[in-house]
Design a protein around this ligand. Structure first.
Ligand code: GDP
Ligand code: IMO
Ligand code: MG
Length: 430
């Protein structure tokens, strides 16, 4: 039995979907533990593109069980869309294949409305959220007024909760943001239909996973967002509203710490970020155009162009420590092909002092000068490479340098978006 956690080391979109799909081969259960449909996880399988926002990225493997943990915020409309889209590709998602925690919180239409108007009202200080209602939904959870999946099956409780919540939300929407309020009745009626739709999928996932552990099954946990979007350890306030770190698997599904065996940290071979916030190695030159074009760096959820820059060792070292990463996956190495010189940020310089760990203060991150090491690039197409030894020597040197600087072994290298465009080195479940 093994439990493997897959985490993004940067600011999201590292390629978690592709990697989870590959590791699902060896897993019995694939579970999301935090976030919501702010995530966009892309898989390219047999030339067909799938983007999952809520469904775990193991869902294409018909014999595996996928779970949505209590730590998520679930938009039932989006979940229905994903299930219906998959049905068209021959995937019948019965309760045998998909389970949902009764304690996962529900994103309501007023959460989305507040998310959008409130971020907009921040002007040049806006976070650039995905507008999916993630923050407002987690706020209600912490405030203890949130609506959970199980509440959608109880008409009286749902009515009471929606009416109570809307008194406050409508005051905010109308009084502060001068926008349309919500009438509770149609909201309740609509969400009761989602309760009916999902009642068969509701399951105590803590119990299920702990039974699975006792039976010696392999568990895979899929992180969403990335380490530096973590509410506590990210570049606050330019973060998401959940803990994205490996440690949150435990609370996000209901499992004890002794059950985690291996943590995979995924790093893009360069860095991207969507939305606002500091990005020390961001580029604004022809290299950023190269990375954005060749890497197709547009958000999987919102379609916004992703900001692009060099790999930053400080973020990766930070991610290794914060998550207890035991193996690295490097993705999108092929995107660097054709660059004459490749740079890695190895330290920051602030007020004359050298910094080699990610600063905890936004001001220091923003005002630091970046110190780079330079490496010669390569021109050969590497998308067909399946063995490390067949990579151009400069690509291998680049990977060796990353391993050395982070002091962590690389377990997989991705050289293209397709499932097969992968160099597998070690199996974390072994
Ligand atoms: P996630 O949110 O971490 O799952 O990542 P996204 O799916 O949002 O973004 C990663 C993008 O890069 C997707 O379009 C993937 O299909 C693509 N991708 C993943 N790995 C590779 C790779 O090795 N090379 C290239 N060129 N694209 C990749
Ligand atoms: P995956 O799982 C990249 C970013 C948003 C914004 C900030 C807060 O695909 O890697 P939110 O809507 O969560 O309140 O937005 O976080 N963000 C992501 N960026 N990938 C993601 O998910 C993200 N999820 C949220 O752009 O800056
Ligand atoms: Mg994504």
């Amino acid at each position: 039995m093994s439990s493997v956690v897959v985490i993004g080391t940067q600011w999201g979109d590292e390629g978690k979907g592709k990697v989870v799909d590959i590791y699902t081969e060896d897993a019995d259960y694939i579970t999301r533990f935090q976030g919501g449909n702010n995530a966009g996880h892309t898989l390219i399988v047999d030339g067909k593109k799938y983007i999952f926002h809520l469904l775990p990225s193991g869902i294409l493997h018909k014999t595996k069980r996928c779970l949505i943990g209590n730590g998520l915020v679930v938009n039932p409309k989006v979940l229905i869309q994903e299930i219906e889209a998959l049905a068209k590709s021959g995937h019948d998602l019965t309760p045998e294949r998909l389970g949902i925690s009764p304690n996962a919180h529900v994103i309501m239409p007023y959460h989305e409305a507040i998310d959008i108007v409130r971020d907009e009202a921040k002007g040049n200080k806006k976070i650039g959220t995905t507008g999916r209602g993630i923050g407002p939904c987690y706020e209600d959870k912490v405030k203890r007024t949130g609506i959970r999946m199980q509440d959608l099956m109880d008409k009286d409780l749902l009515t009471e909760k929606v009416e109570f919540n809307l008194k406050e939300k409508n005051f905010l929407l109308k009084g502060m943001y001068n926008t349309e309020p919500f009438d509770p009745e149609p909201v309740v009626n609509e969400y009761l239909t989602y309760g009916e739709r999902f009642s068969g999928f509701i399951t105590n996932i803590s119990l299920e996973l702990n039974h699975a552990i006792a039976e010696g099954k392999n568990l895979l946990f899929e992180g969403a967002q990335g380490t530096h979007l973590d509410i506590d350890h990210g570049t606050y306030p330019f973060v998401t509203s959940s803990n994205t770190l490996a440690g949150n698997v435990l609370a996000g599904v209901g499992m004890g710490p002794s059950n985690i065996d291996f943590v995979i940290g995924i790093a893009k071979a360069y860095t991207t970020r969507v939305g606002g916030g500091p990005f020390p190695t961001e580029l604004f030159d022809e290299t950023s155009v190269h990375l954005q074009k060749k890497g197709a760096e547009f958000g999987s959820t919102t379609g916004r162009p992703r900001r692009c820059g060099w790999l930053d060792i400080l973020t990766l070292k930070n991610a290794k420590r914060l998550n207890g990463i035991s193996g690295l996956v490097i993705t999108k190495l092929d995107v660097l092909t054709g660059l004459k010189t490749i740079k890695i940020a190895t330290a920051y310089k602030y007020k004359g002092g050298i910094i080699d760990e990610m600063p905890t203060t936004l001001k220091v991150i923003e005002e630091s000068e970046i110190i780079y090491e330079e490496f010669p690039g390569w021109d050969d197409d590497i998308t067909g490479v399946r063995n490390l030894s067949d990579l151009p020597v400069n690509a291998r040197k680049y990977l060796d340098k990353i391993e050395e600087l982070i002091n962590c072994p690389i377990t997989m290298v991705s050289v293209g978006p397709g499932r097969e465009e992968t160099i597998i080195l070690t199996n974390p479940f072994a």
